[in-house]
Design a protein around this ligand. Structure first.
Ligand code: 5CU
Length: 386
């Protein structure tokens, strides 16, 4: 039953058809393999380094990729099945990180225009429809040509502000190739702050295989170690590096949304704060290096939003606590990743229901807080018209 207020999914991905074509044209990670040896089988999405295990046939590497990854109709079907009224769609990993500098800007423009157009057409139809199933709204986070020259990145940040359905940008944790604390990103951060562009930071690269005991150990549990641990730790490390490099001191207006409730940042923020307070290298403690000037809690409460894609109450409670209030946490699903493994594709997705159950469980007595996390915050922060 509908709760009577909008449910907005801010963590929901797609590979638009042009991107699928791009991946299908490649034979090294990231790529899509079409198993010609078994006609009719779904193509395989081979995007993580650990997916491309030479010990397996290509038709068994990575994961199957079906139309849920690229079809707007499938997105709407999923939204209806889960009572979601609005989705803010983002390109899935690894975005445009692997493109050569010459083609990156044109590719970003094509994908961003495609997303804006598809969302615009959907929304025009939704506004004139009377049936609740066709009233579903779609918006997008754009992508940036991060391998292109700086001037192209900045140009695209400004151009995205002219696309009415685009409400921010998504990016990974490598920035221009050396991480989000790279001094070369200063110009990009200035443009993002000046244009009030919300940046959705999402992991892709995880940790080196050696952190998990090497490829053989990883293979024994498939995607569990890279996705359950590698992804969140990657986000945590990227944001801690940014914080330590003083990015938030120099750009106090930056606004970030962190995937998977900030990785482990909510849990570790106190420890980071304590280590900073005890670091002799920093000027504030008698050393000679400029450490971060602001408290990590201040950054969390003013520059950072967290999604609620954490699948359990302890993690969600930590996210709400670290974000400073329920006003800075937003519902997401991670669709089309983590689909049901059985044949019943119309059943509710465990991955979605466990996030909803965590929200219900944490905030059982607080309908207003639930309304905010499930949609109200996204409407306010992204300026969505529903
Ligand atoms: O957990 C996730 O967010 C994802 C994602 O976005 N992409 C992916 O390849 N696997 C899991």
């Amino acid at each position: 039953m509908s709760p009577g207020y909008p449910i907005v999914d801010i963590h929901t991905h797609m590979y638009p058809p042009s991107y699928i074509k791009l991946l299908a044209s490649r034979t090294t990670v990231p790529y899509i393999h079409q198993p010609t040896e078994s006609p009719g089988a779904d193509p395989r999405l081979i995007i993580l380094a650990s997916d491309d295990d030479p010990g397996r046939p290509k038709s068994a590497r990575g994961r199957p990729v079906d139309s849920t990854y690229s079809s707007f109709d499938e997105k709407r079907r999923f939204m209806s099945a889960h009572g979601i009224t609005c989705s803010v769609i983002s390109l899935a990993n690894p975005w445009l990180d692997f493109l050569d500098p010459e083609s990156a800007l044109a590719t970003a423009q094509e994908i961003n225009d495609d997303l804006d157009k598809a969302c615009g057409e959907n929304n025009a139809q939704a506004s004139s429809s009377s049936s609740s199933d066709s009233k579903l709204k779609l918006y997008a986070f754009g992508c940036l040509p991060l391998s292109a020259p700086l001037k192209d990145i900045v140009t695209e940040i400004h151009r995205l502000k002219t696309l009415p359905q685009v409400k921010g940008v998504i990016m990974g944790t490598t920035g221009l190739g050396s991480g989000l604390d790279d001094p070369k990103l200063e110009e990009v951060y200035s443009a993002l702050a000046a244009t009030h562009t919300l940046v959705f930071v999402h992991p892709h690269y995880g940790l080196p295989d050696s952190a998990f005991g090497g490829p053989e150990t990883i293979a024994k549990s498939g995607h569990v170690l890279p996705l359950a641990l590698g992804f969140p730790l990657e986000t945590t490390i990227a944001m801690a590096r940014m914080y330590l490099a003083g990015v938030f001191d120099r750009h106090p207006d930056l606004q970030f949304l962190l995937a998977h409730s900030g990785g482990t940042l909510p849990f570790l923020a106190g420890r980071i704060e304590s280590c900073v307070a005890h670091e002799r290298e920093f000027i504030a403690n008698g050393g000679h290096r400029q450490g971060p000037k602001r408290s990590i809690w201040d950054v969390l409460h003013t520059n950072i939003y967290l999604d609620a894609v954490i699948y359990g109450q302890p993690g969600l409670k930590a996210a709400i606590e670290a974000a400073g209030s329920v006003d800075r946490v937003m519902f997401g699903t991670d669709h089309p990743f983590f689909p049901p493994l059985g044949d019943d594709q119309d059943s509710k997705w465990l991955s979605v229901e466990s996030n909803k159950t965590a929200i219900d469980g944490c905030l059982a007595q607080d309908e207003d807080a639930k309304r905010k996390i499930l949609g109200g915050n996204a409407v306010r922060v992204l300026g969505l018209e529903l």
